[in-house]
Write a protein that binds this ligand. Structure first.
Ligand SMILES: NC(=O)CC[C@H](N)C(=O)O
Length: 361
């Protein structure tokens, strides 16, 4: 245990509060709390990214999940102001790290990671052996987990619920201006999607996941559709799938990002399945079809396209495991990517996907 030296040279031992991380298969880890001391449960997932905990914690695609960071230091650069977050609040249900750094140093930091977690009532444990935990999830596959302080609580499986309905906006909001209008279906959209679009001379109308874009009284015209990222099982978003089906019939240019990749696939007659343990990091290599180009991408997904719909072909393939990383129609302007062209966190190498799509509108 660390001790702090007061100016009087009196040695003070900080208070210690331990919690337990308990996995569905009975595996347990004990850890020192550095967030809110309340029990929580969800699906346990790991990210091998080296940076970007403020962006990841506020990514709505993590809704219902307890996030394990494999990079061994967390908290050392603090927390920036909310205009750099991907949602208004932390979205993960809990956080597990190896070493929590309570003394942040960064010019943009406004508070420590621990204070932020406390403020937002998110439990967090420092378990030290995140390597063993991650190897366990990789070997045994995705599983449920819970962080417990004192009294035990039941496991909770977020993939049985329509999480998109919980995180999508409830209203229609317009951003930016330009000669064309893009309807952005918000399934839990990271804020950096709108920030990227605002740089590109286009009007953006953000709508809820179940908005009837093709109703006879839709009060605005749109030239293209972007389907955002989002949490949980894509098959729960039946209303969005129906809207995309209509968009394809009307030949409206459509781009999907992550969850949007799954929903475009399902709307077009393909299929998605759950991966053994998903891709979450900022260094996933994706090879573009008909090229030797390999892009280093940001990812956060547990489901994957397992059947490419008719008329589409694979656009990108993951160079690590050969899984699909996007689809593109062979003659129509319909396309989607499994990775995040908006990055946040991570490399901006694939931001060109927005330009490529907007040229088709
Ligand atoms: N980032 C996302 O859009 C994630 C999509 C989906 N919830 C998955 O885990 O695969």
């Amino acid at each position: 245990m660390q001790t702090q030296v007061k100016s009087t040279l009196e040695l003070v031992t900080p208070p210690t509060h331990y919690g337990k991380l308990i996995l569905e298969d009975g595996t347990q880890f004990e850890g020192l709390s550095f967030g809110y001391e309340g029990s929580t449960s969800g699906e346990i997932v790991f990210s091998t990214g080296m940076v970007g905990y403020p962006e990841s914690l506020t990514d709505a695609s993590y809704t219902g999940q307890i996030l394990v960071l494999t990079y061994p230091l967390a908290g050392n650069y603090g927390v920036p102001a909310s205009n750099q977050w991907e949602a208004e609040h932390i979205q993960v249900k809990g956080l597990i790290v190896s070493n929590y750094i309570a003394t942040p140093s960064h010019m943009q930091s406004i508070m420590s990671l621990g204070d932020w977690l406390l403020q937002e009532k998110i439990p967090a444990l420092e378990i030290k052996d995140t390597r063993l935990l991650t190897q366990h999830i990789r070997d045994h596959g995705a599983m449920l987990g819970k962080i417990v302080f004192g009294q035990d609580i039941p496991f909770y499986d977020p993939n049985q619920e329509n999480l998109i309905d919980q995180v999508s906006t409830q209203q229609v909001t317009t951003y930016g201006q330009g000669p064309k209008t893009l309807a952005l279906i918000d399934c839990g959209a990271k804020k950096n999607i709108v920030r990227c679009l605002l740089k590109r001379d286009i009007e953006i109308v953000v709508v809820p996941w179940d908005y009837q874009l093709f109703a006879s009284d839709t009060p605005f015209h749109f030239d293209g559709i972007l389907i955002s990222n989002g949490p949980g099982n894509p098959k729960m978003a039946t209303d969005t799938i129906q809207t995309i089906r209509t968009a394809l019939e009307h030949k409206v240019p459509t781009l999907g990002i992550c969850m949007g990749n799954h929903l475009l696939t399902l709307a077009a007659g393909g299929n998605t399945t759950k991966m053994k343990f998903g891709h979450r990091s900022q260094n996933q290599p994706c090879i573009m079809k008909d090229s030797q180009r390999c892009y280093i991408t940001t990812q956060n997904h547990g489901f994957v396209v397992s059947d490419i719909p008719d008329g589409f072909e694979p656009w990108f393939i993951n160079a690590n495991d050969g899984s699909n990383e996007g689809i593109i129609h062979s003659s129509q302007p319909f396309m989607s990517v499994q990775f995040h062209p908006e990055a946040a966190p991570g490399p901006v190498d694939t931001e060109w996907v927005f330009d490529y799509f907007l040229e088709k509108i």
